[in-house]
Structures are given as C-alpha cells and as structure tokens.
Ligand binder design. Structure first.
Ligand code: SF4
Ligand code: SF4
Length: 258
C-alpha cells in the first residue's frame, strides 16, 4: 500500500477535506463510516495497491450521470486495481480449465478477483452491486468515471492516469447502493495536467488509433487482433499491442507530482 505523492499530509489538511455529512453523529453517518472503514481495512490487509471510494451522491450532475445505466441506483463506486510493473501481465491466455473459451490477461484476472471479493463483502451486508471490469484498452468513459475519484486524470491516451502510476495499472469499479464515505484523504487530489505537453502515447501508437481527435477503437482492435502484429510468448499466450500504456513515463509524472 505504499503510495506517496506530493508532501506528507498534515492532520489539518486531511480533516479540512472531510465533508460535514461524514462527521454527523446520526446512525446513518455512523453506518456509512463503519462500512467504509471495514472495506478500507480489508483493502489494506489484502495489500490491494489501488483502492479508493467515490461518493457518487456528492458529484456534480454531469459526473453523476456517468454512473447511470448499470441496473442499480448507485450511491458509491469503489475503485480496485493492480499496478503493473511488467507489461507481460497483459499477455492474453486461455485460462486453465476453460478450454480456451475466454481469453484474458493475468492483470485482468487479478483485478477481477479483487472486485469479486468486495462484491461479496458488500452484498453480504444486504446492498446491491454492479461490477465494471477493467479494460485493458483506452476507454474514455471508464477513465472519466475513475477521474471522479480526484486521484488521477484522463490522459491524452484516453486512459486513466492514476497519480504517480500513470497508465501502468488495471482498475475496475464496483458500483453499490451502499452509502459509503468517498475519498482517500491520505493523498492529495491530483489537480494538474499529467500529460503536460507529452505526446508519447500518440507517437507510439502504430496504427493511428490514437490522435489528437481521440481514440478509434475499431482501428486499435483491427491492429491488435491481426496475428502479424502479435508476439507469442508461449503456445497459449499472445502479447498484443499495449504501446500506449508502456509509453506513459511514470518517472516524468512522479516528478510533476512532487
Ligand atoms: S493500437 Fe496499441 S498503441 Fe494504439 S491505441 Fe491500440 S493498444 Fe494503444
Ligand atoms: S504517454 Fe504522455 S500524453 Fe500519453 S497519457 Fe501518458 S503522459 Fe499523457
């Protein structure tokens, strides 16, 4: 759970960010605090690298609307994710035992495991959930949902840049109607433009799927799914293009956040 960006936060800084509704002494606020702390403790003890809660009720209307259409009326979204040090985690494999029915990467499976575990914890308390799995590819809508956490921004690649990890992560979302406390007050909000003149992902994209006009999913899929553009690490393992992720320079972003 080590994650440091910016200066260490003072207690006053942290307390100044906590909305008054979370400090109320009524049973609803108490329940909200209890459940949020339980989930947070659980994420820490399971060493989940990326964990943050978004209080959807506190978002401005246009951001709140991003969370519509998932079959529940969510009050909160939980970001759960894995940081990626090694692009090979995105190599796609037929999972053992599924006869190749579903191809997925280790990175996705790790994050799906986090999401399923937390889904169980929340539903056990009697609340509904909806799961949004991580996307290995640029996904502007998902990235904007994650950016509502204020712990990162949407990069030029249309990927969510999660603070000092940049694009090197895989994150999914768990929506729930449970009332939870939003925020991760240990770290300051990310307010600066992390791309800051960088165009590395646009330059790295081999097929023009990423341009100043945005992301062309058809072009990207067409390139990635062409066997001529894939590497085979072993019989059942295929490595497709992830250049827009690997081009994102974490060291430069870390410097920016200092
Ligand atoms: S083709 Fe590769 S670099 Fe271009 S958008 Fe798709 S994954 Fe990213
Ligand atoms: S590679 Fe550069 S331009 Fe692209 S998302 Fe990362 S920081 Fe932004």
């Amino acid at each position: 759970m080590k994650k440091k960006w910016g200066e260490p936060r003072s207690r006053q800084d942290v307390e100044a960010q906590i909305p008054e509704s979370y400090l109320a002494k009524d049973p609803e606020a108490q329940e909200r605090r209890k459940l949020s702390f339980l989930l947070q403790e659980s994420a820490f003890s399971e060493h989940i690298p990326i964990f943050c809660i978004i209080d959807i009720d506190l978002l401005p209307a246009e951001e709140k609307a991003l969370f519509d259409g998932y079959g529940i009326e969510p009050h909160a979204a939980i970001l759960l994710g894995q940081t990626i040090a090694e692009p090979f985690l995105f190599a796609e494999q037929a999972a053992p035992g599924n006869r190749g029915d579903r191809i997925s990467s280790c990175a996705e499976l790790i994050t799906l495991g986090y999401l399923m575990g937390f889904r169980e914890k929340i539903e056990f308390q009697g609340y509904k959930t909806a799961l949004i799995p991580p996307s290995p590819l640029p996904d502007a809508k998902l990235s904007h949902m994650m950016a509502a956490s204020r712990k990162g921004v949407v990069g030029r690649s249309q990927r969510f840049l999660a603070g000092e990890y940049g694009a090197w992560h895989t994150i999914g979302l768990l929506l729930t109607d449970a009332p939870l406390m939003g925020g991760d007050y240990r770290y300051p909000d990310v307010t600066c433009d992390l791309c800051d003149g960088c165009r590395a992902c646009l330059d790295a994209c081999p097929c023009g799927a990423l341009t100043d006009d945005g992301y062309d999913a058809d072009r990207c899929h067409g390139y990635r799914n062409n066997p001529d553009n894939q590497e085979h690490a072993s019989t059942h393992t295929v490595m497709k293009c992830m250049r827009c992720m690997t081009a994102c320079d974490k060291k430069r972003i870390k410097e920016l956040l200092k």
